[in-house]
Design a protein around this ligand. Sequence first.
Ligand code: IPM
Ligand code: MG
Length: 372
Amino acid sequence: MHGMFKVAVLPGDGIGPEVIAEGLKVLRAIEEVGGPRFRFQAGLVGGCAIDATAVPLPPETISICNQAQAVLLGAVGGPRWDSRRPDNRPETGLLQLRQRLKVYVNLRPARVIDALVGLSALKPDRVRGTDLVIVRELMGGIYFGNPRGIFSKNGERMGVNTEVYREHEIERVAHRAFQLARQRRKKVTSVDKANVLESSRLWREVVTRVGESYRDVELEHLYVDNCAMRLIDRPTSFDVLLTNNMFGDILSDEAAMLTGSIGLLPSASLGERSGLYEPVHGSAPDIAGRNRANPIATIASVAMMLRHSLRMERAALAIEAAIEKVLKQGVRTPDIPGRKRPVSTTRMGNIIAQETVKLLKSSRFHPEPEAS
Ligand code: IPM
Ligand code: MG
């Protein structure tokens, strides 16, 4: 007999509800084969929350998230809310949620599976073997620094944002990156702009100091412009890529293209207690409601949730293996190159859920929570 996990579910806007429905299917599949029970509590965030309550992150959503062991989020935003002031846009809801949950590290893995090397925007020889994780600082930097605003000076308006990093903010995310590298190929590439920015000089200094406690992990520093180039030129040279909030936002979209579709990439945002799981892609209003979205990024985010928040590594591996198998068989949603007759969102979700059940029934993947 297993326990019960409470999961806060925030579908959000655009394709969010469609992809979340497929993520939940996989959790139901795990229940079916005798895993733990999941209790889902739905909450509003983003544009749908603005429509219903006038704010993008209502207090009720915060309390649902605080009572849950993990939070699963779809996507936020859309043209309907684009004209709003920055402090009351859908995206603000997501940024506030990251702050409220104190999730300061964002993991964004990008792995090119051998059989799918042809999906990449790059030539196969260049991209084959790519397996990296971006470790993005998520609670600081220019996203949150003060002063910020649009001010008037000498009869002209000026837009101001401020990049701020305190030592402890750099330290805690750096530790996470080095610890992760120890479980992988033992290399950290720290990315900054220390040739121009003071915040980056401090970043480099603190990361170097933290690295001294991880002598078994190789540490290199790259300027962000050079890193953008090397991600295309030699993507296999990265293992763990550690960087700040802004650079991580940009580089993770670039890294997504190495794998072929941003619709494949999951993310986990972690703090000391909470975990927030969401696909890397946005709300894709152009295809919302048409059963065309790729649910794989969300389903893979569910796998990360099982791994990082619920200690169910075997179930996480089963989902990841199911995704890989289905992709290898040539099943494709329209965003993935290489198939004339793509399947719908719900069909992709059904196939992966069925495959997960099959794998879980084989003893290798039996979904028991691991002993702590
Ligand atoms: C992401 C997104 C968000 C970010 C937006 C929606 C606020 O682009 O998670 O990468 O910039 O962090
Ligand atoms: Mg982004």
